[in-house]
Design a protein around this ligand. Structure first.
Ligand SMILES: NC(=O)c1ccc[n+]([C@@H]2O[C@H](COP(=O)([O-])OP(=O)(O)OC[C@H]3O[C@@H](n4cnc5c(N)ncnc54)[C@H](OP(=O)(O)O)[C@@H]3O)[C@@H](O)[C@H]2O)c1
Length: 334
């Protein structure tokens, strides 16, 4: 079977296909024929050696895939050949708090990933594909959608909550869709006017094009009548945190997810003076994934797919994601 790997060194020039023996499931494992995978910003970091420069190579890339069960180990009762399944980002995080062991079970970094024709999953590392979704749609869920779901749920329920979402990438578009489904008021920032139109069409209540209005924290403050937003879905990281702390209300929340602006320092005084709660998010557990899927099914929500590449075009899919022109998710169909 073919797998898409980074080998011989990091960087996109070292992305390649590799022929590997077909994997055989162990007693507690499930063999899945992958039908679609989706890419995340994290995959770019892994491929470039920026996620973990000590990662042993070659490494199969990708954390998110959906497909059909083709074989099960003798200890597997819950899954049958032919089941439509989607993998969990963490193979060993079933529920409850994240542990070190569970944190090391993420696909596509510490473990080989899912950009391969056949992949073995733990029997606890799969959930059923929501009935209304295709393989391509389901493959978008494990990382981006579960992360967005947990970021929105962390502050608790609030009838009049205003959420500020940065950008229009994978996590952010799920956050927009899910927040609207929760009847939140949603403010979106984006670098591009074209993407602002898409965000509005997807239900954003107001959109700030940061190329025209760099002081988006003031914009957000004004949008809330000088109160500040209840929650910021923070994907920028160190480079945007200080603005987020200005945009958030006293006693508000920041869901700290991303590192798009790169490593760096920020002044935390705003969090102290405004008594802001910062929730670090690391995707979520299998239990979180199941509650997300129940919500998607109940509301018949469908992921936003920007573009689907063929497996043979996997490298082009990485380059496309890295160029940053997408809205929502980039998918590779197998
Ligand atoms: N902690 C976790 O569990 C977790 C899970 C998933 C992702 N992440 C992180 O979250 C971030 C987003 O991931 P993704 O897969 O959704 O990425 P993505 O699909 O590549 O989307 C990134 C989008 O964010 C916007 N953006 C780019 N640079 C930015 C910056 N400096 N500040 C603010 N916004 C910026 C852009 O949207 P516009 O062009 O519209 O501005 C861009 O398209 C990444 O840092 C990723 O590592 C973390």
């Amino acid at each position: 079977m073919r797998a898409f790997v980074v080998r011989g060194g990091f960087g996109f020039d070292n992305l390649a296909f590799e022929e590997r023996p077909d994997p055989v499931p162990g007693r507690d494992e499930v063999l899945v024929r992958v039908r679609a995978a989706s890419l995340n910003f994290r995959d770019l970091l892994v491929a470039r050696g920026e996620y973990n420069p000590k990662l042993p190579l070659p490494r199969v890339l990708g954390s998110d895939a959906a497909g059909e069960v083709v074989a099960v180990g003798e200890n597997v009762g819950a899954w049958r050949v032919g089941d439509r399944v989607v993998g969990c980002f963490f193979q060993e995080w079933i529920g409850g708090d994240l542990t070190e062991l569970a944190a090391r079970s993420a696909l596509g970094a510490d473990r080989d990933g899912v950009l391969a024709e056949l992949v073995v999953f733990s029997k606890y590392g799969l959930v059923p594909v929501p009935e209304h979704l295709s393989y391509e749609e389901a493959a978008t869920l494990p990382c981006a959608a579960v992360t967005a779901w947990n970021a929105l749920r962390a502050p608790g329920a609030g009838a009049d909550m205003t959420v500020l979402i940065q950008g229009t990438g994978g996590v952010s578009v799920f956050a927009l869709q899910l927040a609207k489904a929760m009847r939140r008021t949603v403010l979106v920032t984006t670098r591009s006017a074209r993407k602002a139109e898409r965000a509005t069409a997807l239900g954003a209540d107001a959109v700030c094009v940061t190329a025209d209005t760099p002081a988006w924290e003031k914009w957000a403050w004004e949008q809330t009548g000088g109160r500040g937003v209840d929650l910021v879905v923070e994907v920028g990281g160190a480079g945007t945190m200080e603005k987020s702390l200005r945009a958030v209300r006293y006693g508000g929340h920041i869901g700290l997810i991303g590192v798009l602006s790169g490593p760096g320092a920020f002044n935390p005084i705003g969090a102290v003076m405004k008594r802001v709660t910062i929730h670090g998010q690391f995707v979520g557990s299998r239990a979180d994934f199941l509650t997300l899927n129940a919500a998607l099914e109940q509301r018949q929500l469908r992921p936003v797919i920007d573009r689907v590449f063929r497996f043979t075009e996997a490298r082009a899919a990485f380059e496309y994601l890295a160029a940053g022109g997408h809205v929502g998710k980039v998918v590779v169909a197998l």
